[in-house]
Ligand binder design. Structure first.
Ligand code: PA5
Length: 458
């Protein structure tokens, strides 16, 4: 039931050594103490059975509507956790509904008109239920999606009253435009606790409602998260796996390895990796440190999926610049062994597969890749989940959230703000003609249309 971390391959000859790692432990302990002295609200989400209960009640209402498709409208931290959960626990549910009468689930984290039109053409919109997710309640992409789909549902059902029942608003309990709209118009709502920001919110109704609608065992998800939060709090700092992982990565970052490759072996882990990428990048990539000094720091997380990317990015990893740290993520026991039948006994090309399982092949590929990277002097960590179920996915979420908080402390940056993302949101508002943003719109237009552009066509 535990996550296992092996940092044995994380300190090759070049770069920080095992001794450097141990010598930096007091610094890591200070970051941990500071984090634990004011534990953030998201750390306790595993115990928020009240939120789970609220999601169960709402899911029951939604399932009574017998929707064919449950749709997530949201972006960034309001969408990636849902995709990660689905990818890990119900990987084909975006394509078709499960046989148990539950809806298929689709995450629409875009405003690409062609994509959304394609979606509209593929569903009966009056057989959909929409969860509109936005912590701030002011994100333009989510607002645009809502306007589009609300209009389509209203037209299909012939009344605003009816349309309202097909939407749930998941947002801040008090502030923001979405909350105000929901209260004014009478939409059903679910809260994202005030202190929990987008990329730390998967274990709130952001992810829990979808899990309940899709039948994904949200209770075990929270139990797994609680187990990891508790065991990392109760252990000695030297035993804290999230602290060790964060420290190793920060030391490599400082020593010139800014690329952090998340290398899951398993297709069902792919979207968990995308969730991690946002968490690591948005939390740690900062212009200023916590004291306001300009530092421009941050790791660049990269996703590689084994064994697929052994045949794509791996050449670069082996022989290109030594600027990366690798974390393999593996599942100890796949749900299905995948025994390989061997009817062609005399074909030499199949010899190595005779009597073997796909699970053995997967692990041989992973071990071979790890060994090759380590021989090439590249630092590698290995994180192991016993099983790929809701409990262990909850552990995975909490492990990396805690590691990210520790890394923020070690780097001296605030992992909970995202001024760069906010700047992008304001720029989009300005360019869409929002009142009060006129001068920003002019600045952007003159920057993008200025004489210094270099244009080509072919
Ligand atoms: O992690 C974050 O804070 C961001 O990625 C947000 O989740 C994203 O920008 C969407 O914001 P909101 O949930 O407020 O619509």
């Amino acid at each position: 039931m535990a996550l296992k971390l092996d940092l044995g391959g994380c300190f090759p000859e070049a770069g920080p050594s095992r001794e450097d790692f141990l010598a930096a432990m007091p610094r890591a302990k200070a970051a941990r103490e500071s984090h634990l002295s004011h534990p953030p609200d998201w750390r306790g989400l595993g115990g928020r059975t009240d939120l789970l209960e609220a999601c169960r009640e709402r899911a029951a209402v939604i399932l009574e509507q017998e929707p064919e498709t449950f749709v997530i409208l949201g972006i960034g931290g309001s969408a990636l956790g849902n995709s990660a959960l689905l990818g890990a626990l119900a990987p084909f549910s975006q394509e078709w509904a499960p046989a148990d009468g539950r809806p298929r689930v689709v995450v629409l984290d875009t405003v690409d008109p062609d994509w959304l039109k394609g979606f509209l053409d593929s569903v009966e919109v009056d057989r959909c239920h929409f969860n509109v997710i936005s912590k701030s309640g002011g994100t333009l992409e989510t607002a645009a999606q809502f306007l589009l789909f609300h209009d389509a549902v209203e037209k299909a059902l012939g009344s605003r009253e009816e349309a309202r029942s097909r939407f749930t608003m998941t947002t801040d309990p008090e502030g923001g435009h979405l909350r105000a709209l929901a209260e004014e118009q009478g939409f059903a709502t679910l809260p994202i606790p005030s202190e929990v920001g987008g990329r730390f919110s998967v274990l709130t109704p952001v992810g829990l409602l979808m899990a309940e609608v899709a039948g994904l065992d949200a209770g075990s998800l929270l139990e797994g998260a609680a187990k990891t939060a508790d065991s990392l709090r109760e252990c000695a700092p030297e035993e804290d796996a999230a602290l060790a992982w964060a420290l190793a990565h920060v030391l490599h970052l400082e020593a010139g390895r800014p690329l952090h490759v998340h290398f899951p072996y398993g297709h069902r882990l792919r979207l968990l990796a995308d969730w991690f990428l946002q968490l690591w990048a948005e939390s740690l990539g900062k212009k200023e440190d916590a004291d306001g000094k300009v530092v421009h720091v941050g790791p660049t997380p990269v996703r590689a999926v084994g064994p697929t990317d052994q045949h794509s990015q791996f050449q670069l990893y082996m022989e290109g610049p030594d600027d990366k740290v690798f974390t393999f993520v593996r599942v100890e026991k796949p749900d299905w062994d995948g025994f390989l039948p061997s009817p062609f006994a005399d074909i030499p090309a199949f010899e190595a597969l005779r009597g073997q399982d796909l699970g053995d092949l997967m692990e041989a590929e992973r071990r071979g890749t790890e060994a090759a990277l380590r021989e090439a002097g590249r630092p590698c960590a290995v994180l192991e989940l016993c099983k790929l179920d809701a409990f262990h996915v909850g552990q995975y979420f909490m492990f990396f959230e805690i590691a990210t908080a520790y890394a923020g402390g070690l780097m001296g940056v605030n992992p909970y703000d995202q001024p760069g993302v906010e700047a992008g949101k304001l720029a989009a508002l300005a360019l869409m003609g929002a009142k009060g943003h006129e001068s920003r719109a002019e600045e952007i237009s003159s920057l993008l249309g200025g004489e210094e552009s270099l244009r080509f066509s072919c």
